[in-house]
Design a protein around this ligand. Structure first.
Ligand code: PLP
Length: 296
């Protein structure tokens, strides 16, 4: 039997947590001899959610070890889980934080940004055009002129320390047989890079980008692995055709399929993104098996 694991990255706790591996094999998978398990990161913390803790933990440790006191500044949209998690982590650890938010300040903040502000994060709204320049040196210089000194954390917290932290997600597999496939959603690709670096040699890693046209992630992920000093095993692929037209889009028909699965498997709707990934993966798995040179 083929065994696949989907890594859910919704909610992670910074202290004293365990990651649970659950069988969620739907009948249609079982008929094709595919077992589906979910590595569920949801039971750990309500705010520093999913992969967010793994991405933040070494960044926070490095900040503290360097004895910094300037704000930790990062980037995101109005509904960014990363900004939400960073704001809470900063609040907990007494680290000042700045969130540079894409777009004009709306008359009413999103629930995520309301939380972030209530936890003491300073919100700085920038136009979408400026936001696109967020990784440029010139933009950083302009931000420093405006906001003073800060410690820079890229969008999604995705840097080499995040990759190092995400390698630890696979401690959730300890004591289990290595899966044939590991499947995970991708935004910036840092989580996938950590999984690639830590995956057992017999496991192939599949990333499912949430964005349309995300083939740039091949270079980004290879770049992150290289910068972090981890070998690129080459045993990974992106499934580029799984988006439904763009980030966060989901067709009514697909929503129904997932609802049925979610209630049968007894997992929360918040896990759907991962289940959705696996389903897409399953439809591709014969091609996955033959490991084509480029993404689908
Ligand atoms: C549920 C979920 N899975 C996976 C990811 C992967 O994120 P990234 O590729 O940016 O590390 C994210 C975003 O952080 C997410 O929210």
């Amino acid at each position: 039997m083929m065994r696949a694991i989907s890594v859910d990255c919704q909610t992670v706790s910074p202290t004293d947590f365990s990651l649970s591996l659950r069988d969620v094999t739907p009948a249609s998978f079982a008929r094709q001899q595919v077992q589906l398990q979910l590595l569920d990161l949801t039971g750990i913390h309500p705010f520093i959610s999913g992969n967010k803790w793994f991405k933040l933990k070494y960044n926070l440790a490095a900040y503290e070890a360097a004895g910094k006191c300037c704000p930790l500044l990062s980037f995101g949209g109005a509904w960014s889980n990363h900004i939400h998690a960073l704001a809470y982590a900063g609040y907990q650890a007494n680290i000042p934080t700045i969130g540079v938010i894409r777009g004009e300040r709306p008359p009413e903040l999103s629930a995520m940004l309301q939380d972030a502000e209530s936890w003491g994060m300073q919100l700085e709204f920038v136009s979408r055009a400026d936001y696109r320049e967020k990784d440029s040196e010139a933009f950083r210089v302009a931000l420093r002129e405006r906001l003073g000194e800060f410690e820079y954390l890229p969008e999604g917290g995705s840097n080499v320390l995040a990759v190092k932290g995400c390698m630890e997600i696979l401690s959730g597999l300890d004591g289990n047989e290595a899966p044939d496939f590991l499947c995970c959603a991708c935004g910036t690709g840092a989580t996938l890079a950590g999984l690639i670096a830590a995956a057992p040699p017999e496991t192939q890693v599949l990333g499912v980008p949430a964005l349309k046209g995300a083939d740039f992630l091949y270079d980004d992920i290879r770049g992150l692995l290289k910068q972090a000093g981890y070998a690129d095993s080459g045993r990974w692929r992106l499934i580029l055709s799984a988006h439904e037209g763009g980030y966060g889009k989901i067709s009514p028909a697909w929503r129904i399929v997932l609802s049925v699965f979610v209630s049968a498997a007894g997992c929360s709707w918040s896990l759907c993104i991962q289940v959705s990934c696996c389903w897409r993966w399953k439809t591709c798995w014969r091609r996955v098996n033959s490991l084509p040179a480029a993404g689908w």
